[in-house]
Design a protein around this ligand. Structure first.
Ligand code: URA
Length: 463
C-alpha cells in the first residue's frame, strides 16, 4: 500500500477502505509517513469529506493508535465514568469549572484535553499556566488518580491518542482545522481512548467557534453522537453560543483565575449578571453529566446540588486536589470575601504592561467578535503561531463591558495585559475591529443581553 494512492483516491472523491485508513494512521503514528503527505490527505478530507464508515474507521484507528485506558476497575459513587469535551472557543474555561463540580458530587472523570488550536484556547495550555502542573502523566497514575480523587485532566501523548496529537498539531498549521470529519474524529478518538462509559460534548457555535452557524454546529454534534453510537458509548451534545467570548477573561492564567472566582463565589456573586453566561453553560453541562453518570436523573435537583457544592467550597477543594495531584504548586492566600485563607494555585501570571481600551462612541455594545479576540491573544503570545512556540501564559484580556452593556465615549471596555510592545501593536488591529458599539434602543440592548447561551441538545434519539 502506498500513501500516494490513498491521497489520490481521496482527492478523486473515492471511499477509503478500513485497511487504507488503518495503514495511514499506524504508519503516521510511527513517523513512517512524512508530514507533507499527511497534509495533502488532510486537505483532501477537508475538501471532500468522509462517509460515515470512513469516519468511524478513522476515529477507531486514531483511538487505538497508542494505548487505551481501562477504567473498568474504578469504583466511584457514579455508576458510569463520564467525559466532557468542547469543540473549542474563546474564553472557554468551562472544563476547569465543571470537572471539579461533578467530581465533588461523585462523578468519576478522566479527561484528555488538547492545547490551543487556531484562534481557540486549549484546556491543556490553561492548566500549564499553573507552576508545576503536569499535563502528561503515566497512564497508571491517571487511573489511580481517578480512583483516589475522582478526576484527572491530562493531554494526548505518545502513550495516549498519539495519532490525534500529531494530526492536531499538523491541522493547526495547514488550514484544515474547520472540518466536521476532522474535528469529530479528533475529539471522539481521544474520548474513546480514555475508556469512559459516556460522553457529553459541548459543541460551540459563533464567531469564536469553528462552526459559524447553528446548522453546521448541529451537523457536527450529530456526527459525533453517531460515532459514539457506532462505538457503543452513549454520547450527547449540548450546543452553546460562542458569539462573544465566554465570561470576562481571555488568556491562559487569567481564565484559570476566572474559573477560581466562579468556584469561590458567594451566593450573590454566583447569581450575578456578571457570571450569567458561564453559569448557564456550566450548570447545564454539569447537570447533564451528573444525570449521565447514573447518580440522579433529575436535572433541576442536580442544579441545586451544583450550587451547594460551589457555595460550600467542596468543588473548589476538588480543583485544588486535582492541581496538587498532578504536581501543580499552590500557596495559602487570604480571600477577603471569604474571610479566610485558602490554597491558591501559583500561576505564571507576570505581566509588564497594561493598556485600557476605551469606547470610541456612546451607545451599547452590539457585538464582540470572539475570533478576532482569539487572534489578538495569539498575537500577544498567548497562543501559538508555530507548532513549537512557547506560550506567554500571563497575557490576555479582561473585559469590563460585554454585549448589551451601555457605554459612554471614553469608558473602559477592556484591559489588555501584555509583555511585549510590538506584540501589542500587532494585536491592536484585531482588538479595535472586534468591538462594535451602536446607539440602539435600550430594549434592543436588553434583548441582546438576554440571549440564551445554551442553544440546543442533541441525543441519540435525534439520529
Ligand atoms: N478539539 C479537539 O480536540 N479537536 C479538534 O479538532 C477541535 C477541537
Amino acid at each position: 500500500m502506498r500513501m500516494y494512492e490513498i491521497i489520490e483516491k481521496k482527492r478523486d472523491k473515492k471511499e477509503l477502505s478500513k485497511a487504507e485508513i488503518d495503514y495511514f494512521i499506524t504508519k503516521y503514528s510511527q513517523d513512517e509517513i512524512p508530514d507533507y503527505q499527511v497534509s495533502a490527505l488532510l486537505m483532501a478530507i477537508y475538501l471532500n469529506g468522509l462517509t460515515r464508515e470512513e469516519l468511524f474507521h478513522l476515529t477507531y484507528a486514531m483511538a487505538h493508535s497508542s494505548k487505551m485506558l481501562d477504567l473498568s476497575e474504578i469504583k466511584v459513587p457514579g455508576k458510569y465514568i463520564v467525559d466532557k469535551h468542547s469543540t473549542g472557543g474563546v474564553g472557554d474555561k468551562v472544563t476547569l469549572i465543571v470537572l471539579p463540580i461533578v467530581a465533588a458530587l461523585g462523578v468519576g472523570v478522566c479527561k484528555m484535553s488538547g492545547k490551543g488550536l487556531g484562534f481557540t484556547g486549549g484546556t491543556a495550555d490553561k492548566l500549564e499556566s499553573i507552576e508545576g502542573y503536569q499535563i502528561s502523566i503515566p497512564i497508571e497514575k491517571a487511573i489511580r488518580q481517578v480512583q483516589d480523587i475522582g478526576l484527572c485532566l491530562i493531554s494526548q501523548s505518545n502513550e495516549l491518542a498519539i495519532a490525534d496529537k500529531k494530526l492536531y498539531a499538523l491541522r493547526d498549521l495547514t488550514a484544515t482545522v474547520e472540518s466536521i470529519p476532522l474535528i469529530a474524529s479528533s475529539i471522539m478518538s481521544k474520548k474513546l481512548a480514555s475508556g469512559v462509559d459516556k460522553i457529553l460534548l459541548d459543541v460551540t457555535v459563533g464567531s469564536g467557534a469553528f462552526m459559524k452557524d447553528l446548522e453546521s454546529a448541529k451537523k457536527l454534534a450529530k456526527t459525533m453522537v453517531a460515532i459514539g453510537k457506532d462505538a457503543h458509548v452513549e454520547t450527547k451534545a449540548v450546543i452553546t453560543s460562542m458569539a462573544e467570548p465566554l465570561g470576562r477573561n481571555v488568556g491562559n492564567a487569567l481564565e484559570v483565575k476566572e474559573a477560581i472566582s466562579f468556584l469561590l463565589a458567594d451566593e450573590n456573586t454566583l447569581m450575578s449578571d456578571e457570571m450569567a453566561d458561564i453559569r448557564e453553560v456550566v450548570f447545564t453541562i454539569a447537570a447533564q453529566m451528573i444525570s449521565m453518570s447514573g447518580i440522579c436523573e433529575d436535572i433541576e435537583q442536580n442544579k441545586k446540588d451544583i450550587a451547594r457544592v460551589i457555595l460550600s467550597g467542596e468543588a473548589y477543594g476538588k480543583l485544588i486536589e486535582l492541581i496538587q495531584a498532578q504536581g501543580g504548586k499552590t500557596e495559602s492566600v487570604y480571600v477577603d470575601w471569604l474571610g479566610k485563607n485558602v490554597e491558591f494555585p501559583v500561576l505564571k501570571e507576570q505581566v509588564t504592561f497594561m493598556k485600557e481600551i476605551h469606547a470610541q462612541s456612546t451607545g451599547y455594545i452590539v457585538s464582540i467578535d470572539s475570533k478576532r479576540i482569539g487572534e489578538a491573544l495569539v498575537c500577544l503570545g498567548g497562543g501559538r503561531k508555530k507548532k513549537d512556540d512557547v506560550i506567554d501564559y500571563a497575557v490576555g484580556f479582561e473585559f469590563n463591558k460585554k454585549v448589551g452593556d451601555k457605554v459612554k465615549e471614553g469608558d473602559v471596555v477592556l484591559r489588555v495585559l501584555y509583555n511585549d510592545k510590538q506584540y501589542f501593536e500587532d494585536a491592536f488591529s484585531y482588538i479595535e475591529d472586534a468591538i462594535y458599539i451602536e446607539a440602539i434602543e435600550a430594549r434592543v440592548a436588553k434583548s441582546l443581553k438576554a440571549k440564551p447561551h445554551v442553544l440546543d441538545m442533541i441525543g441519540e434519539i435525534d439520529l
